[in-house]
Design a protein around this ligand. Structure first.
Ligand SMILES: [Zn+2]
Ligand SMILES: [Zn+2]
Length: 337
């Protein structure tokens, strides 16, 4: 089969690779659309949980090659890329996301930027009518569902989301339907802010990458006592550093964007103590695929305009850089093209 292979950090090969063989409990899949994500860049740079050689691609829609494990050949499925050991200290407490042997297809096991792949049958969720172009967002939306679970938003909250990448746009919609009285989105790209507005954001604020003082003053003016919840969805430490200052007394900062492992952010412990602030983190997802697909099936969470570019396997490097193209939001790979 053809596959994208990260041989080691910063070394991409698009090459012939041995066909995978399903182990007991697994099915053979033909990926039809796999989303490209910022994590794929972190993995290429040697960060996150990269294990080489790696076939990346963790946002996978695929078709069953053979009838197996109660699923018919040709069934289109969203593949939950995560798996856990069920026997480590965390799994035995039901905290499976913290599994010490956490397995993530496309991160530390072969993923979906390939003509073929294998996955556990129980991790395959039939699309049942959801179009693959929509279902390709099942994994990012599942991560947003986990983010919403973690945040546990109080109804009537005033929410600020910093960042309008695909995950920020999806989480914004979940919080909008999940109790926010008002949502403000701030981000550096006017076309992404337009999309945020189109998905229901009440206010949008342009947050340039350079001097951000004016933008933060504009945000402060929107909520002089602070927002109940500030979601950091850019991964930029300089943005996270501003979050506590925008949060209301007793409010919450959700760290949702992925920073580099060695980034540091200065905080005032006095401010967190005296203003009783809460800082929460949300990482990936586990067991959120069913709810994610339910949102996509009903159309309650909208995806139109998020995937702006589709490439074949041979153009993977172009796809990785596609977010820099004018008007781009997210790219996907059609591995059969
Ligand atoms: Zn992703
Ligand atoms: Zn475990």
């Amino acid at each position: 089969m053809r596959a994208v292979v990260y041989r080691q950090a910063n070394d991409i090969d698009i090459t012939d690779w041995p066909d995978p063989e399903p182990a007991p409990g697994e099915v053979l899949l033909r990926p039809v659309l796999t989303g490209v994500c910022g994590t794929d860049k972190h993995l290429l740079a040697g960060g996150f949980m990269a294990t080489y050689p790696l076939i990346p691609g963790h946002e996978i829609v695929a078709e069953l090659v053979n009838t197996a494990h109660g699923l018919d050949a040709g069934t289109l499925v969203a593949v939950d890329n995560t798996d856990t050991c069920l026997s480590c200290e965390y799994c035995r407490r039901g905290q499976t996301l913290y599994c010490t042997a956490f397995r993530s297809l496309g991160c530390n096991a072969p993923g979906g930027f390939a003509e073929l792949m294998v996955a556990p049958a129980r991790k395959c969720f039939p699309l049942a009518g959801v179009d693959p172009s929509v279902a390709v967002l099942t994994e990012p939306l599942a991560c947003a569902v986990h983010g919403a679970d973690t945040l546990a938003l109080t109804p009537g909250s005033d929410v600020l989301v910093l960042g309008a990448g695909p995950t920020g746009l999806l989480l914004t919609q979940l919080l909008l339907h999940g109790g926010a009285a008002r949502i403000t989105v701030a981000a550096p790209s006017p076309h992404k802010l337009e999309l945020a507005h189109h998905f229901g954001a009440d206010h949008t604020v342009l947050l340039p990458r350079g001097d951000q003082d004016a933008a933060f003053q504009e945000l402060k003016a929107l909520a002089p006592s602070g927002f109940d919840v500030v979601v950091e969805a850019t991964g930029a430490p300089e943005v996270l550093a501003r979050c506590t200052g925008l949060t209301r007394m007793g409010g919450t900062v959700l760290v949702y964007g992925m920073a580099d492992a060695d980034d540091l952010v200065p905080f005032s412990p006095y401010e967190i103590f005296a203003r009783e602030l809460t800082i929460k983190g949300s990482f990936a997802q586990i067991e959120c695929f069913d709810r994610s697909l339910a949102y996509l099936r009903s159309g309650r969470v909208r995806t139109d305009g998020i995937v702006t570019h589709t490439f074949g396997l041979g153009d993977f490097e172009q796809a990785l850089g596609a977010t820099k193209l004018p008007g781009a939001v997210k790219a996907a790979i059609d591995p059969q093209r």
